[in-house]
Design a protein around this ligand. Structure first.
Ligand SMILES: Cc1cc2nc3c(=O)[nH]c(=O)nc-3n(C[C@H](O)[C@H](O)[C@H](O)COP(=O)(O)OP(=O)(O)OC[C@H]3O[C@@H](n4cnc5c(N)ncnc54)[C@H](O)[C@@H]3O)c2cc1C
Length: 637
């Protein structure tokens, strides 16, 4: 195994030098400061935004730094460790506590436990159809081919999948899938998967650090030499100097007012960090609105937007409007409630807009026709959650409305390697774009994390050399880090009158109103104008509690969120058609000429957008597409 060279070893086994230094003013002209108004506001000054007597920071030099300890980061780390490379894995929370734990319904793999006709070609075809053919077909194929092995491997590592009476891994229906393909652990699949992966990470003794937030990648635009951040508990700076950085820091659906993510996860850190470091982003206009988020006073504000798993519909749940009509019969008579997420979400939005919604602005989701014991067994978390709110879902309906859930867009990578085009920087998981196209098939996100994570880990392990162990830290790299630390401390000392939470909340409203399920050019342009006003308000920011406070974390989040929100609005304006999750009421048709990805790169003006054609699927997948597989909902009844 490649290890860091000798030095003071911390608990994570990495080489750490602790230093206290005067702020350096070297290399000042090329550096930058951080304001909540954006990731990068160039300053000409050679002095710091605020003067500090000393700067205390650690220098850590792992051969590979994995930013993110969700399923994607953990799977990359396992592959690296099994290949003899010892990475350092970091996350913003405690080890084993990442957004992945919220995934509920399941993970896709064409195992054919119940439907032997299923195979990787049909899995790929379903994914491309659901993605409205904007997916990278080779990436989808790679995932679908790999998944049966990845699931068996997880089972070997102890993941307690639900089983059939014959002892096979059980599989359920998920929306828009031709066969029962979704493997599950009740309705707590993500938690079980991350527990299993982290268990394996621990077995392999992979070093990790908790409560670390990366705020900038060490990059000259062409190559990445590490990352800069801070210890969220100690409030001290961290300079990670490494030749290989894997970005696995999640997506950005929490930028919306109504969303199913945790409040402090999925704020676009990964995409902002990558863009700023010189990488390209892709498909940012495609945000998945899940049809069934909790809504209404009876659940309380804290539950607003929280997901009611698709497994409820997969197990037979039905949607009714306030008139008692099973309205999906009008929108999708064959696939009904199990049609694609974009179709069901738009149908609910239309019912509500046309006055057939509930008082709370939703519709009813009902599974009471199923035997109560069956519901308790298959949907234990849902039963428990609603019970804690005084609602028995085996006997009464839930009230639901669409909620921002997943971001198909992200960093543009080569799926065979995870490479981003910036040397030394790789990306994986919800951080990236390409597998899901214009709309994600439920259960494919967890699949992507492990299938592509294994692949990326394997590639990175193959390029790490002895010289990557304990790399040197140059004066320029120190200067850049010190400048970032001073900027962060200045941000932490902001004493204006508006809180980061207020601004994040206003940003959420803005995106919900202007870049929501239904959008048009005028609304999107208004959104950009409002975004500028919001950015201006960041000059009056107030951070309470300093570097270790939640307020400060949110201020950093805000700086990244604004970058991603602007890129997203611009991409949504650029795509003058409707496709998948991007529905433009002013251009409602899908245009064949638009079978292209929008690729975004940072430039002197902000972001530039270019178009790129999508490759064609391989012959066996084309054959599966021509077969026209489709779920016939009614045979489930
Ligand atoms: C409610 C809900 C239910 C879902 N159900 C399913 C399902 O049933 N099936 C399915 O396939 N998918 C599901 N998904 C989607 C799926 O959970 C995610 O897409 C997937 O878990 C993403 O994994 P990840 O490893 O890429 O990112 P995450 O799990 O989000 O991990 C990101 C990691 O990066 C760290 N990080 C972030 N920013 C920084 C930073 N600046 N510095 C340092 N570290 C950072 C975080 O702390 C975390 O460790 C669901 C999503 C939600 C919200």
């Amino acid at each position: 195994m490649l290890h860091c060279s000798a030095g003071d070893l911390n608990a994570a086994g990495t080489n750490i030098v602790l230093m206290t230094e005067k702020p350096s003013d070297s290399n000042a002209s090329a550096d930058s400061t951080r304001t909540a108004g954006g990731v990068e506001d160039r300053i000409e000054a050679d002095g710091s935004p605020e003067s500090f007597d000393s700067l205390e920071y650690e220098v850590v030099t792992p051969p590979v730094l994995v930013i993110g300890a969700g399923a994607a980061g953990a799977r990359v780390a396992i592959e690296l460790a099994e290949s003899g490379v010892e990475p350092l894995v970091i996350g913003k929370r405690e080890h084993g506590d990442a957004h992945t734990t919220w995934a509920a319904g399941g993970v896709n793999a064409a195992l054919g436990s119940l439907d032997p006709e299923d195979d990787w070609t049909v899995h790929t075809a379903d994914t491309l159809t659901e993605g409205h053919h904007l997916n990278d077909p080779a990436a989808v194929e790679l995932m679908a081919r790999a998944m049966p092995d990845r699931i068996r491997e997880l089972a070997d590592w102890g993941m307690p999948f639900d089983r059939t009476d014959d002892g096979d891994i059980d599989q359920r229906y998920f929306g828009a899938q031709s066969y029962r393909r979704t493997c599950f652990v009740g309705d707590r699949t993500g938690e079980a998967m991350l527990d299993t992966l982290i268990g394996r990470v621990r077995e392999l003794e992979v070093p990790h650090r908790e409560n670390v937030m990366i705020t900038r990648l060490l990059s000259d635009g062409d190559r990445v030499d590490g990352a800069i951040g801070f210890d969220m508990e100690a409030g001290t700076g961290l300079l990670f100097r490494t030749n290989h950085v894997v970005l696995a820091a999640g997506g950005f659906s929490a930028l919306y007012h109504r969303h199913s993510s945790r409040e402090d996860e999925n704020n676009g850190d990964a995409q902002a960090l990558a863009l700023e470091a010189g990488a390209r982003l892709m498909d940012l206009e495609f945000v998945q609105f899940h049809p069934t988020g909790m809504v209404g006073d009876r659940y309380g504000e804290e539950w607003d937007g929280r997901l009611v798993t698709e497994a409820v519909r997969g197990e037979g749940g039905r949607l009714y409007n306030a008139d008692g009509e099973r309205f999906m019969e009008r929108y999708s008579p064959d696939q009904m409630e199990l049609d694609a997420r974009d179709v069901v979400a738009r149908a609910i939005a239309r019912e509500v807009r046309e006055g057939r919604g509930t008082e709370e602005g939703g519709v009813y989701l009902d599974i009471t026709h199923r035997d109560a014991e069956y519901v308790r067994e298959r949907l234990p978390s849902m039963v428990e959650r609603f019970e804690s709110l005084g609602v028995d879902i085996t006997a009464e309906s839930m009230t639901v409305a669409p909620t921002a859930h997943y971001t198909m867009g992200g960093v543009d990578i080569d799926f065979r390697t995870g490479e981003t085009g910036v040397e030394g920087l790789y990306a994986v998981g919800e951080t990236v774009a390409g597998v899901h196209g214009a709309n994600r098939l439920g259960g494919n996100s967890l699949a992507e994390t492990v299938a592509i994570g294994q692949r990326v880990g394997d590639h990175v392990a193959s390029v790490v050399t002895e010289t990557d162990v304990d790399p040197d830290v140059t004066d320029g790299q120190r200067a850049l880090a010190e400048r970032e630390f001073r900027a962060l401390r200045a941000l932490a000392a902001s004493d204006g009158s508006v809180s980061p939470t207020r601004l994040l909340s206003d940003l959420g409203e803005l995106l919900w109103d202007h870049a929501g399920i239904l959008r048009d050019e005028a609304g999107l342009r208004d959104g950009l104008t409002e975004l500028e006003s919001l950015r201006a308000r960041t000059t009056d920011l107030r951070v309470d509690g300093g570097l270790t406070s939640k307020s400060f974390e949110y201020a950093v989040d805000l700086s990244m969120a604004l970058v991603v929100a602007e890129a997203m609005l611009r991409a949504a304006i650029e795509r003058t058609e409707s496709r998948g999750a991007h529905y433009r009421t002013d251009v409602p048709e899908t245009e064949s000429d638009w079978r292209m990805n929008l690729v975004l790169a940072a430039d002197t003006e902000g972001v530039s957008i270019s178009r790129r054609g999508v490759a064609d699927p391989s012959p066996p997948v084309r054959e599966a597409l021509n077969e026209g597989y489709e779920l016939d909902y009614h045979h489930l009844e």
